[in-house]
Design a protein around this ligand. Structure first.
Ligand SMILES: Nc1ncnc2c1ncn2[C@@H]1O[C@H](COP(=O)(O)OP(=O)(O)OP(=O)(O)O)[C@@H](O)[C@H]1O
Length: 258
């Protein structure tokens, strides 16, 4: 899984324990720029724990490298600043703000704070806010959220669009590596096609994307590499083709899912 420039994100020997429970045990993987890595496994296999370990939300063993630099001891918010971004299983929005305002808010690292204020702003800040709003509109459209939804509250837009919004907000003003947790949950039909197109376009732009997903059709069609976890251990790793024909994987997971 390493390209000419080396992986964007690499984890080595990640381990997480909750009391006596070993949720993740010595798991190693990496993802390159312009690559989608899928992480699959049965319920409780350790997929979300793996994300929590990478983004330093839990105490863990192992090492994490971002663009070749060790970030094992870097605080979660500093990891985000350095381009490691994550979307969660549940949509996390500012419910009192519109879709557009939610997007503007996550652009504060680029445009500065106070973007939502409308009164008594000096001219330079008014200009800065206008730029941020225009940027936010363009980003939303790029993530598959049409302008008709921009001025609505997130809970008033269709569920499929909410999922796209959560990815757009996680990506924020930019990312080098983007980790998505079950982005296809609850999606069907056209929404699934939009998600697949979005993932492929992010990959083509050179982003390193990691996707936890139970939806096998999605993961097998978009992933370049797949990591299979079972009971916290790395059961197998390889291309979708390789994984789909691995007898251990079929028995542990895919067989049961069919
Ligand atoms: N905060 C916690 N405290 C105690 N045990 C936990 C905690 N979080 C997860 N676990 C346990 O760790 C194991 C791995 O859970 P994890 O959520 O990482 O699995 P998963 O593969 O993401 O599952 P799912 O597909 O259901 O989301 C499970 O046995 C789970 O019950």
């Amino acid at each position: 899984m390493s390209g000419g420039l080396g992986p964007v994100l690499r984890v080595e020997g990640l381990g997480v324990t909750y009391g006596a429970l070993v949720a993740l045990d010595a798991v190693t993987w990496s993802v390159d720029a312009g690559e989608i890595l899928g992480i699959i496994g049965p319920n409780g296999a350790g997929k979300s724990s793996c994300y929590d370990a990478v983004t330093h939300l839990v105490t863990r063993r192992g090492r994490v490298f971002l663009n070749g630099e060790e970030v094992t001891d870097t605080a979660p918010h500093l990891l985000a600043e350095r381009g490691l971004k994550r979307a969660f299983q549940q949509n996390a929005f500012f419910h009192e703000l519109t879709v557009l305002e939610n997007m503007v808010t996550v652009l504060q690292d680029r445009y500065g704070t106070g973007l939502l204020a409308t009164a008594l702003l000096p001219f330079t800040q008014v200009r800065r806010r206008a730029d941020a709003v225009e940027d936010a509109r363009q980003r939303l459209v790029r993530f598959g959220i049409p302008e008709a939804y921009h001025d609505l509250k997130p809970t008033n837009i269709p569920y499929g669009i909410q999922r796209m919004l959560s990815i757009a907000l996680a990506y924020g003003s930019g990312a080098k590596a983007l980790m998505l947790d079950e982005p296809a949950a609850g999606l069907g039909g056209a929404d699934m096609t939009h998600l697949i197109n979005l993932l492929i376009s992010l990959k083509k732009e050179g982003l390193a994307v990691v996707v936890i997903e139970h939806h096998m059709d999605l993961i097998m069609s978009v992933a370049d590499q797949i990591v299979v976890l079972e009971q916290g251990r790395l059961l197998a790793t390889g291309t979708p083709h390789h994984i789909q024909s691995d007898p251990r994987v079929l028995e542990a997971y895919l067989g049961r899912a069919q």
